[in-house]
Design a protein around this ligand. Structure first.
Ligand code: SF4
Length: 706
């Protein structure tokens, strides 16, 4: 007998709805959900093949244990694995305190999983040392929203796509990274030939296929570009003075500050034409502008300023909280937004609360029935792995992510994991580059084997139904966390069982929504039943909400700041952390390709997805290729101060001279030439702590394998 369930694609933050038909042993078919408001039945190449990633040969089917990295893993039962991990954790906590342990989780987890990890670490273990791979993709956008609007949330929704008159896409390639969003942009452009599209990106990507103007700026110069655009708007007097007066603060200081960033000066910094900067600015003000940005802006040592430079443009033109306009950060992962909602990052508390706010700490502590929440910020991703290397953190639990491939300066991540006294990894797959450094492996149920919820880029929450029984002995991550919490409590002489006694995913959802009461993301009116009956719903959704109403934030002009006014943020252009020089003359930037996802633990198993790119290639401008005497497909050694990678050259005029590009996906296990993040640098944005993946200084050598 077969049955069909509703689910959501587990890759990008677009959040496409899918329908899965299964016979209880395998998924028979996967199609786009025609009733899902996001994709209306469409799926991209990755989404269409998603069911082939569920029952693969490398599924981790039972717990495994070893006491040293030299020893082979031994399969064990759940009680043995949990008991060993809990005993080690407890010993370290007793001897060194709770700050000596950490969790590193993932935007691929469901909201319910995220909630469980966060509750255990912050409420019961007693430290805020839980961070996530979302730190690598959207933490700058979060910090920017909070500075400008007083709260974390994109004010826009997908319905604005069809209402906009101008798309300003900066630091993003939705044609590859958010393909179904891009389909909607293409359709909007086709329906309205007057609609303008500006794409600011150092490379001419597929997204430029709909561009009226491409701004191939140098990596890391976004602030200079947008400051100059604001300068133009002020000079041309096309700002919205009434909106600025009534709804914002900080305009005068910023206006004075941007006067020196003329289009000519910005053109020099960015490597652009001044006239193009003026044109982009005028289109921004003259039309209803919907801006999209992603990792090209976020993964920068100026990542937070980049987001605020963009919100400054929207505030200056009064284009926030109105139809067809606003700043819209595209979240990288399927549930990066849900992780933010439960506070699953080192500098957040549940339901958008702040660890530095005593009232917020008390509210969460009371709700969870614990004495207190720590007022100390937890370790963010790069700090966490550096603390493993220095020995300050001695045990880490890594859930559903592969940091040995995805973190910058990968050799230091390996070094940290080798020094740790205990590394536990819960994952659906093994081996990965990261499980090679684990002592304990917990088999986690895959995306189609568990129930829960996710939130996409437009704050839209969907309910995922379970399509298949758990593979082998695997368990949902929330269940592993609950079992571990009980075991750890026992080792520490505490009874935590009743606080983690959930029977099903819905119990966690209901507990989570209770914590959102009165907050900006209030979902106290939402339930699995409403999601099943009416389909996905955007937050906020307080009690009494009407289903299926597209929601913009700040439509009433009131922001989440103490005086309800949005903030213009003043800033200074700061160059990239590692400038090029004679020894390292080229700038390396990294990013996604269309058919691979993150570190390929899923997509690497699907032959159809290897047809687009089978191996990583170095994109290089013909002038640079000539300088290094490179022909197409010649092997080249890419060398940074931290490591080297070997890849074939792909010569293209679609990349700036002086810039080279490598896809981010391949690791040591998947690419003979080495992993891209051996080259990148641990330079972070001072506010968001997001690493600068979009630039590293490199040199090239031709490579002769003989
Ligand atoms: Fe999945 Fe994103 Fe493709 Fe939609 S656009 S099918 S969410 S990868």
């Amino acid at each position: 007998m077969t049955r069909t369930v509703n689910s959501v694609c587990s890759y990008c933050g677009t959040g496409c709805g899918i329908k899965l038909e299964s016979d209880e042993k395998r998924i028979i078919s996967l199609i786009g959900d025609t009733r899902h408001p996001t994709n209306q039945g469409k799926l991209c190449s990755k989404g269409r093949e998603l069911h082939h990633t569920v029952r693969t040969d490398d599924r981790l089917l039972r717990p495994q244990l070893r006491t040293s990295l030299d020893a082979p893993f031994a399969p064990v039962d759940w009680d043995t694995a949990l008991d060993y991990g809990a005993q080690q954790f407890a010993d370290i906590i007793r001897e060194h305190g709770p700050e000596a342990v950490a969790f590193y989780v993932s935007g691929q987890l469901l909201t319910e999983d995220y909630y469980a990890f966060n509750k255990l670490m912050k409420g019961f273990i007693g430290t805020n040392n839980i961070d996530t791979n979302s730190r690598l993709c959207m933490s700058s956008a979060v910090a920017g929203y909070k500075r400008a609007f007083g709260a974390d949330g994109p004010p826009t929704c997908y319905a604005d796509i069809e209402l906009a008159e101008h798309f300003f896409i900066i630091g993003g390639n939705p044609a590859y990274a958010h393909p179904i969003v891009f389909r909607r942009l293409e359709a909007a452009k086709e329906a309205n030939p007057d609609l303008k599209v500006v794409v600011a990106d150092p490379r001419r990507t597929d997204t430029c296929s709909i561009a009226d103007l491409h701004l191939p700026l140098r990596p890391g110069t976004d602030v200079a570009l947008m400051q100059a655009m604001l300068n133009v708007l002020i000079w041309e007097n096309v700002i919205d003075r009434d909106y600025i007066t009534q709804n914002t603060q900080g305009y005068e200081t910023l206006a004075e500050s941007v006067r020196s960033m003329t289009p000519r000066k910005a053109a020099e910094i960015c490597g652009l034409n001044a006239a193009d900067i003026v044109q982009a600015a005028l289109w921004f003000a003259e039309n209803r502008t919907l801006s999209f940005w992603c990792q090209g802006m976020n993964q920068s040592t100026s990542g937070t300023d980049n987001g605020n430079a963009l919100t400054n443009l929207h505030l200056a033109t009064g284009q926030v909280g109105k139809p067809g306009c606003g700043p819209f950060s595209l979240t990288g992962q399927s549930n990066a937004m849900g992780g933010r909602e439960v506070g699953g990052m080192a500098n957040m508390l549940a339901a958008h609360r702040d660890y530095a706010n005593p009232t917020h700490r008390e509210e969460v502590a009371t709700y969870w029935g614990v004495d207190q929440i720590s007022d100390k910020p937890g370790l963010t991703a790069t700090e966490l792995f550096a603390s493993l290397e220095s020995g300050e953190v001695k045990a880490v639990w890594i859930a559903c992510t592969n940091p040995v491939v995805s973190m910058p300066d990968a050799k230091r991540i390996e070094s940290g994991l080798k020094k740790a006294e205990l590394v536990m990894v819960s994952d659906a797959y093994h081996p990965t580059d990261t499980t090679r450094f684990a002592h304990v492996l917990f088999p986690a149920s895959g995306w189609a084997e568990k129930e829960g919820s996710v939130t996409n880029s437009e704050r839209c929450i969907s309910h995922l139904e379970q399509a298949l029984p758990a593979a082998g002995m695997s368990r949902p991550d929330w269940k592993i966390t609950a079992d571990f919490a009980t075991a750890l409590g026992q080792k520490l002489g505490k009874n935590w069982q009743s606080s983690f006694a959930w029977e099903k995913a819905e119990d966690l959802f209901n507990e989570h929504r209770g914590l959102t009461r009165g907050m900006d993301l209030d979902i106290t009116g939402l339930s699995y039943a409403i999601l099943d009956e009416h389909g996905p719903q955007q937050w906020p959704y307080p009690e009494g909400s009407i289903p299926r109403v597209a929601k913009r934030l700040y439509e009433n002009g009131l922001f989440e700041t103490p005086d309800n006014k949005a903030r213009f943020v003043d800033m200074t252009f700061i160059p990239v952390a590692e400038p090029v020089n004679e020894e390292y003359p080229l700038s390396l930037t990294t990013g996604r390709i269309r058919d691979q996802w993150h570190t390929m633990t899923k997509t690497g198993n699907v032959p159809a997805l290897m047809q687009h790119y089978a191996i990583p290639q170095l994109q290089i401008h013909p002038d640079d290729a000539a300088l290094y005497k490179l022909e197409e497909d010649d092997l080249v050694r890419i060398i940074s101060r931290r490591g080297e990678v070997i890849a074939p050259a792909r010569i293209s005029k679609d990349i700036r001279k002086g810039l080279v590009f490598l896809p981010m996906h391949w690791g040591e296990m998947t690419a003979k030439g080495g992993r891209t993040n051996s080259l990148t640098k641990t330079a972070i944005d001072p506010v968001s702590k997001q690493p600068e993946f979009k630039h590293a200084a490199v040199q090239l050598e031709s490579f002769n394998p003989v």
